[in-house]
Design a protein. Sequence first.
Length: 408
Amino acid sequence: MNANPRLLSIHDFTYQLPPERIAPEPLPQRDQSRLLVYREGELTDRRFYELPTEVPTGSLLVFNDTKVVRARLFAHKPTGGIIELFCLEPVAPHRAIEPAMQQTGSCVWKCLVGNGKRWKSGPVLLEFMAQGQPATLTAERQEVADGYSLIRFSWEPAELPFAEVLRGAGHLPLPPYLNRPDTDVDAVRYQTVYAAQEGAVAAPTAGLHFSETVLQELQARGIETAHVTLHVGAGTFQPVKADRMAEHPMHAEPISVTPAFLRQLLMHSKGPVLAVGTTSLRTLESLYWLGVQLLQDPSSADAPLHVSQWQPYEPGSEIPAAEALQALLHYLKKTGADVLHATTQLLIAPGYRFRLAQGLITNFHQPESTLLLLVAALVGPQWRQLYEHALSNDYRFLSYGDSSLLLP
């Protein structure tokens, strides 16, 4: 490693982002956004619908197919006051997203609570329509810790899965910096066209630019595509408050991939592997470190698979990527699992050496964010030139903003 990310100061990864450059709404058409192509140090201005002509021949594009759930709930106290509940992650009876979304009757989630000081005791209620019939959701606060609350939800009709409860009662959790309520437009546009697996509380925004037309054009040009799942957590908006990255706790997020995807990665040799979004990139790189872990410490197979924040920066692993992927396939065969489930806290920052991803499609990120660190790890100090070009050429920034194709 040519740098120690623990010693990095986040203040070295900042730039002036004028508020008017933050895109408040999506463009009328997904693929009309602008695309800044960075290829071996050269910058070119394009439109996103031109992406298929810019992607290297023989590439494999890896998409995150997570789907944003309507995780914001506005419940009423008996006295009429409104309490906002932002569902972050399930706690009981399931901690994994997929079974938690299918849970019926009642469940416990970790939530952020708005207007919480006005909620002294007792349940709050929310009435809504689900599957064409009236329904009621009751929320009770069980405990408060570290700024979060554990909320027990129960609902009638009890046979409804929690996914249906959120669909009927909830609102899309738009990024906090948009500072506006969600609309019918957001219901469509704050999801990717290929979203499939419910569980994210923020969109994998690099994918928002892809239209069916762009996907068909990629296919026509022989570009391979594949899907992984990382359920984006609210931690993606967590600011870095520490002076040194060593003191910043990276948030953990669940990932899942199929054996078919691992085999596709192993067999792909025609061109670069390009991640669509930082979440796809973190998933790809986390797979390498999970495989390394299984090879170096076979007993780790007995515990839930997890990549820690600093694992890649420990004294080295020179295990080839193919061996790491084979280890994951062997683990799945041995355990009889049809999907690889794990969690990742991986922090990608300058000093990181990429093992599986060779390029990235991504939006323009907030100053002093872990997402900007990831971009700097991929393209090096030229990230400044990239962002200065975008700022001086009227690119739109953040979730609903424009896109970039980074081919270092």
